[in-house]
Ligand binder design. Structure first.
Ligand code: URA
Length: 250
């Protein structure tokens, strides 16, 4: 078997094993294989990463038809695929280094993001930027930042499942284009989407997972941190981010 495919299979198996362990810890004894989790766990045989495995993870190869961020943005266009288009001012696609080793995925644009067309530029964004620049000591422009939905949910409500699933191919396109070494999922909606099941962020933060073969670290959303600005919460987020940065440099 192709060694790259073997590595991909092993990484999928590790991911499945970790997820089954968590489900067992949460008291799940069986599932019927028709839920979202089962769909997410099934290897995507059409995914470019499986057809054209990256042999050198440090230097992502974009040959073989893999789309660039520009391709994904063009495909998104002036999107009207879900009702979020009705109230948005600007599509908030993503921001940062297209070759980033570290990628942050949040929930959805807020008011300031919708006004400026950039992710994480409001209050929560300022905190995230401080954590990246002062905490991790890397320029924000070195990482890539985006959200699971690209348009602001009215009143900053949590995006609905149909909105999230409509936007997911574009998030997957961004992940495949950037091929980061590590993903940080910010908060419950982003983490639940990437793990393919509804999770408790308190339970899963700080533990390693995988998405599309990429190590994934869930942590608290900076907006939650702003609301619960305790030393304990700051400490755990700081630990999660340090672990993510270290893994992205391995
Ligand atoms: N919260 C998010 O999840 N994303 C943003 O872009 C801003 C706030």
């Amino acid at each position: 078997m192709d060694p790259a495919l073997t590595a991909e299979t092993c990484s999928l198996l590790r991911s499945v094993r970790a997820t089954l362990k968590e489900l067992a810890e949460e008291g799940v004894e069986q599932f019927d294989g028709r839920g979202d989790a089962a769909i997410e766990l099934r290897p995507r045989l059409d995914a470019p990463a499986l057809q054209q495995p990256d042999r050198d993870f440090a230097r992502p190869q974009r040959g073989g038809g893999a789309r660039t961020l520009e391709d994904v943005r063009l495909e998104l266009g002036e999107c009207t695929r879900c009702p979020l288009c009705e109230a948005r001012n600007r599509i908030v696609f993503g921001d940062g280094n297209p070759d980033a080793a570290l990628m942050f995925i949040g929930e959805g644009p807020g008011q300031e993001e919708d006004r400026r067309g950039l992710p994480f530029v409001g209050r929560a964004g300022e905190l995230l930027t401080r954590m990246i620049e002062r905490g991790l000591e890397i320029p924000r422009s070195e990482v890539y930042i985006c959200n699971i939905v690209k348009c602001r949910p009215p009143g900053n409500r949590t995006p609905r499942p149909d909105e999230v699933s409509t936007c997911k191919p574009f998030l997957d396109g961004q992940i495949d284009a950037v091929r980061p070494r590590t993903i940080v999922a910010l908060g419950r909606p982003a983490t639940s989407l990437l793990l393919g099941r509804d999770v408790s962020i308190t339970r899963v933060r700080g533990t390693w997972h995988e998405y599309r073969g990429i190590p994934l670290m869930p942590t608290f959303h900076p907006a939650y941190l702003l609301r619960q600005y305790t030393a304990a919460n700051r400490k755990v987020v700081w630990e999660d981010l340090k672990a993510a940065l270290a893994r992205s440099r391995q």
